[in-house]
Design a protein around this ligand. Structure first.
Ligand code: FMN
Length: 189
């Protein structure tokens, strides 16, 4: 897909078909992540590809968050949201991006930003292959649960999580708050 079209067609997908994603496509997507810029060229990211039983365990953690979040909601929205959380929208794969940690805040920021760059490349590469994603930090409300489910040690910081799979449908594109960039852009001479 042409780059600017790709950027605009990447949308957060929250409902997936159960169809598997090939290992070849997953590796292509992670290769794009691996080609992101990184602070001091440290390439300080790692990618965890979660499927099967591990995905179920991860879903138990997010499901609990979903239960708390939707506790006051009416049915059927409540049950639907909990099911969405428990299954990551039915996606067959979840990808978790982690980075190195540092005791120095500026270095930690550098690591985290490198991880975000990798994350965005992953999202765009997936879209180019017709696959949906959703950058998610919500599951980190139970960070201990995510660490436990995936055996992530304390010396790795979790950047974000994304489901990966074929969308049941592409959601409508979200409007931008300032589509003409009249307020978001500041020209300084
Ligand atoms: C840092 C970050 C955290 C996010 N966390 C979540 C999340 O936990 N759950 C979720 O459904 N979407 C999450 N999103 C997705 C945003 O809701 C989404 O990007 C935004 O609504 C714009 O929609 P679009 O991605 O379709 O353009 C997150 C996005 C970012 C960049």
């Amino acid at each position: 897909m042409e780059f600017f079209e790709l950027v605009k067609k990447r949308q957060s997908v929250r409902s997936y078909k159960p169809d598997p994603v090939s290992r070849e496509n997953i590796m292509k997507i992670l290769d794009a992540g691996n080609f992101a810029p990184s602070g001091q060229n440290q390439q300080q990211w790692e990618f965890i590809v979660v499927t099967g039983k591990a995905k179920e365990k991860l879903g138990e953690s997010y499901g609990k968050i979903g239960e708390a979040y939707a506790s006051q909601w009416e049915e059927p929205a409540k049950s639907q949201f909990i099911e969405y959380a428990r299954t990551y929208g039915g996606a067959p794969v979840v990808i978790v991006v982690t980075v190195d940690t540092s005791k120095y805040p500026s270095t930690q920021k550098m690591h985290l930003e490198s991880g975000c760059a990798a994350m965005q490349n992953i999202l765009l590469a997936a879209r180019d292959l017709g696959l949906g994603t959703c950058w998610m930090t919500g599951p980190l409300n139970d960070e201990a649960g995510v660490r436990e489910a995936l055996n992530i040690p304390e010396d790795r910081e979790i950047v974000a999580v994304t489901p990966l799979g074929y969308p049941t449908e592409w959601p409508p594109m979200r409007d931008r708050v300032d589509p003409d960039l009249t307020k978001k852009v500041h020209w300084v001479d």
